[in-house]
Design a protein around this ligand. Structure first.
Ligand code: PMP
Length: 298
């Protein structure tokens, strides 16, 4: 497991071993927390954070959905992230901002329970270093009728964990989750793209988090002369696609080579997928002038 020297809790840098919470922390019982995942990359100009502003915006939106009061400004939080990345000497790494309802009485309604904010920054390279085999989950993704669209609320991830266990127990790497109408939504913590006739297509399902990586890839692909659009996607379109890949902050761009035991084309990572991955990796490492606006050097 990746460790670091320090974490940050409620405004203070604390030793890794001291980054603890009480057993009566509300979020532990009810999933009443929100989080982000920010990728840090080692670049020629030091460590750089990819699309930090967008992650911080989403973090505050998620907190707002749970009526949490974050007692830090966005700037204070960003400064704390820079401080933690420096102290922990993170190059390629991952930053986890977390806000959670803390110590308080047992009971679902968190009235009067304080919102705590914490940061973890750990070294890390790749989430997946292999191509993925995925299966359709029996669990459907939350719709916007059962949660707040576009947020990362911890409790919602029980649904992802169920899907992951289901897939891993059957020998797959990842799950593919559908929405309540049976259209393709996303992976447990990734978005999905398919390539058909040299076009990129990603589900517009409101049961998917419309992620920051997804958004970046839609923009980048235009530059690469690849047509890309969002629309409803049926499961058989994924199974019969020319190429399939998952994407996300942690996952980056991960080729999917098998869906429900059916090989995608020849069962190898697709050419367009690899071109997009290559372009994306160049951008996140600060090597593409046009997209340097997405990169924050620490
Ligand atoms: N969907 C879900 C459910 C996720 O948790 C994530 C990871 N944040 C994504 C998609 C990908 O989003 P992003 O590109 O913003 O990391």
């Amino acid at each position: 497991m990746s460790k670091a020297k320090f974490a940050w809790m409620g405004g203070k840098f604390v030793k890794w071993e001291d980054a603890k919470v009480h057993i009566l922390t509300h979020a532990l019982h009810y999933g009443s927390a929100v989080f982000e995942g920010v990728h840090s990359y080692k670049t020629k100009k030091g460590s750089a954070l990819f699309r930090l502003n967008e992650h911080i915006e989403r973090f505050f939106n998620s907190a707002n959905a749970l009526s949490m009061k974050i007692n830090f400004t966005k700037k204070e939080l960003k400064d704390a992230i820079y401080g933690l990345v420096r102290r922990n000497k993170i190059g390629d790494g991952y930053i986890r901002p977390l806000a959670y309802y803390g110590y308080g009485p047992v009971g679902i309604f968190p009235k009067g329970i304080p919102t705590n904010v914490a940061l973890v920054a750990i070294p890390w390279e790749h989430y997946y270093s292999k191509d993925l085999r995925i299966m359709t989950s029996k669990y459907i993704r939350h719709s916007e009728k059962s949660t707040v669209f576009g947020t990362k609320i911890s409790g919602n991830y029980a649904n992802s964990i169920l899907a992951m266990y289901e897939a891993r127990k059957k020998g797959f790497d990842e799950a593919l989750m559908l929405d309540e109408k049976g259209y393709v939504a996303e992976g447990p913590a990734e978005n999905i793209f398919i390539v058909k006739n040299s076009c990129l297509i990603t589900p517009n399902s409101r049961s998917a988090l419309h992620g920051i990586t997804r958004n970046s890839l839609l923009e980048i692909s235009k530059d690469m002369g690849i047509r890309a659009y969002e629309r409803k996607v049926r499961l058989n379109e994924v199974e019969n696609a020319d190429e399939v890949f998952f994407c996300g902050t942690a996952t980056e761009v991960a080729p999917v080579v098998e869906v429900n035991n059916k090989k995608i084309r020849d069962g190898k990572a697709g050419e367009i997928t690899l071109r997009i991955k290559n372009k994306y990796m160049n951008i996140v490492r600060g090597n593409d002038g046009k997209y340097i606006k997405w990169v924050t050097f620490v």
